[in-house]
Structures are given as C-alpha cells and as structure tokens.
Write a protein that binds this ligand. Structure first.
Ligand code: F1P
Length: 346
C-alpha cells in the first residue's frame, strides 16, 4: 500500500487508482443498490465498505457471505452492482456468487489481489489491490489493501455523485496518503503488544467489541486470533453485548475494545464500564493522547489519530500483531495454520 500510494495520490484523481473500474464510475454513481460478496477477511472488508458507501455516497449496500448467497434465491435485478472481494481471486463460493449474480444481469466488479485470477476474469471490471503475495495463509495486508481500494471506490463514487464536499474529499485523500507512516507508528508499539500477548498466551476465549467502522474490525481481530492461535474468539457490535455475550464476562475473560476517539466514543466508554463492573480484563485500542480510557482499563494500545472514515486501516494493525504474538508464544505455525487453505477452491 505504501508503495502504491505514497506521493501519488492527487486530490482530484481517486478514480485513477482504480484500474478498469475507473471506466465504470457512472454506473457506480447511478447505482440504487450495491451487493458486496466475499468470505472470511474479505467479507469483513466488505462490511467496512458498507459504512463507506452509505456514509460517503449514500448508496444502499448489502454485504453477503458468498458462501451463503447461492443457497438463497437472492433478489438481484438487471444492472444491480455486485462487488466481489477476494484476496486469492480463486475462492469457489465467491466465484459461484458471481456466476449467480451474472445470470440475473448484475454488473460485477472484482476487488482482488491476484492479477489474472479466476474472480478477476469473471468480473466485468475491477481494481487490483496490489498488496503483493500473502506469505501466510491468513489474510492480513490483504485486509488493509482491500479497505484502501474500497475507500477509493467509495470516494470516487461520492465525488461523481456530489454527495461529499470538495473539501472532505481532498482531506480524505490527503489523509489516505498519511496512512502508511501512521501504520509504521503503530508498529512502534510492537514490544508493548508482545507483553500483552505474553499475559494472555493461554487465555481460552476472547471477546472483541467495536461500534461503527470498528465493528468489522472487531470481527477481523477475532478471526485472526482463531485462525492462527486456535483460541476461541468472537467479535460483536459493542451494543450487542447486553443481548447475550455479557453473560460470559468474568475475571477470566479478556475483552478487546476498539475505542478510538470517534463519534461513538462515549458509548464505548460506558460499555467499558459495564465490562469492568463484571471484572472483565480489558485491552483497549485507543487514539494517541486519550487520557480517560487508560484510567479505566487494564491495557491500552495507542494508534495515531486519523479521519474517522479511515480508522479501520489503523485499528486493525494492533489486533493482527496481538494474534501474531499470541500464536508464536503458543508455538503455532503462523504461516501455515492447521486446517486452513490459502484459497478455498472447493
Ligand atoms: C477468503 C478466506 C481468507 C482467510 C483464509 C481462507 O479468501 O476466508 O479470508 O484468511 O485464507 O480464505 P479470499 O477469497 O479473500 O482469497
């Protein structure tokens, strides 16, 4: 991402980074509905995109597990737009979802990493993430690259539709250029994250909670922990906690809060209080300079301040590192986790 973005984004040219998709900006801007399909991490990137398209471009978005899509009779109409997200570009369920949507007349846009992959070829147009090969099986940089590309698509669409001001558009593009150096700053916290990982190496369960754009990040943090550490972990919207998961909270339950300083900050603070009142052990991902949450929780990991829309690009990094260190401390092979395939082709 750093290589593809640094110094190259100009305020007026988000769509120029979108490869063949740049020829379809009118279709995106006219869309009444976008359906996003993907599996695993790619599905989580799709959930982030739902917030982005709805917030920036005011387009109704549905995000579907590609693995479930074909077992329903989904309502897809001629010229509906379907965005298929896949790191490998070979995931069988995502390909099947594309074929189903195509048979109903949908226009398919692919967001893939692997150039010339089956999903890229099955799409009418697409934008490559150019994240380079994932060395491990579990997607990590693919997630940030997918979210970056989806942010650019949402921004270019919003600009074409006129649903964001010129100033917001410019600010977001400039801030997107700052993200690589801010990611590097998150890496400066690696030794602290390692210490936290040491304390929780043998935890049996984890809960991840977030709101808004940080909700899909909570899901992704939990998935990374499951995939490479084999620890049972669940992500929820923080407000869902009261509807069931709160029963699980006691002194043995680590709870990771995505608590960056954004529009849901106060609500997250009260969720943290609820968990602490039940003796849960809280690890909070906070914005640099936060003085309140560090007084309430057991551990904090700071990420630099950014525009709320871009938060997932930073808040996911400490969660990936936490999973990585826990997995290494448990003696797991982080590149080749048991039972997982790089691309699920059957
Ligand atoms: C989807 C996915 C990955 C996951 C694992 C299995 O792959 O669920 O998110 O980490 O590798 O496959 P893709 O369609 O994004 O290639």
């Amino acid at each position: 991402i750093a290589d593809s973005m640094r110094g190259r984004l100009k305020a007026e040219d988000a769509h120029l980074h979108l490869g063949g998709l740049s020829n379809y900006m009118d279709k995106l801007a006219e869309a009444k509905r976008i359906v996003i399909v993907g599996c695993g991490t790619s599905w989580h990137a799709g959930l982030v995109a739902e917030y982005l398209f709805e917030e920036l471009a005011r387009i109704n978005v549905e995000v579907e597990y590609a693995s479930e899509f074909r077992y329903r009779n989904p309502v897809i109409e001629e010229n509906d737009i379907v965005i298929a997200i896949s790191q490998s570009g070979e995931t069988a369920d995502t390909l099947a979802a594309i074929e189903l949507a195509k048979s109903k007349g949908a226009i398919i846009f692919g967001v893939c990493n692997v150039v010339g992959s089956s999903i890229a070829r099955a799409s009418h147009a697409g934008a490559y993430t150019h994240a380079g090969p994932e060395i491990g099986v579990a997607s990590t940089k693919a997630f940030t690259a997918q979210v970056t590309v989806l942010t650019l698509i949402a921004l270019a669409t919003a600009k074409r539709k006129g649903t964001i001001s010129e100033e917001t558009y410019r600010q977001l593009l400039i801030e997107l250029e700052n993200i690589p150096s801010k990611v590097e700053r998150v890496f400066e916290n690696a030794s602290k994250i390692k210490e936290i990982a040491f304390i929780f190496t043998y935890a049996r369960n984890f809960i991840y909670l977030g709101r808004g754009l940080n909700f899909p990040v909570a899901l992704e943090g939990a998935l990374k922990l499951k995939e490479i550490s084999y620890i049972h972990a669940e992500g929820y919207p923080a407000a869902e906690m009261k509807h069931g998961p709160i029963a699980l909270i006691d002194e043995d339950m680590p709870v990771v809060f995505l608590a960056t300083h954004d529009s849901s900050y106060e609500k997250i603070v009260s969720n943290i209080q609820e968990v602490k009142a039940r003796k849960g052990r809280v690890i909070a991902i906070v914005t640099e300079g936060d003085t309140l949450i560090p007084t309430m929780v057991d551990f904090v990991i700071e990420v630099p301040k950014t525009h709320e829309i871009l938060t997932p690009l930073l808040s996911v990094i400490p969660l990936q590192l936490l999973s990585y260190y826990i997995a290494v401390m448990r003696g797991r092979n982080v590149d080749q986790p048991r039972n997982l395939a790089k691309s699920v082709t059957v």
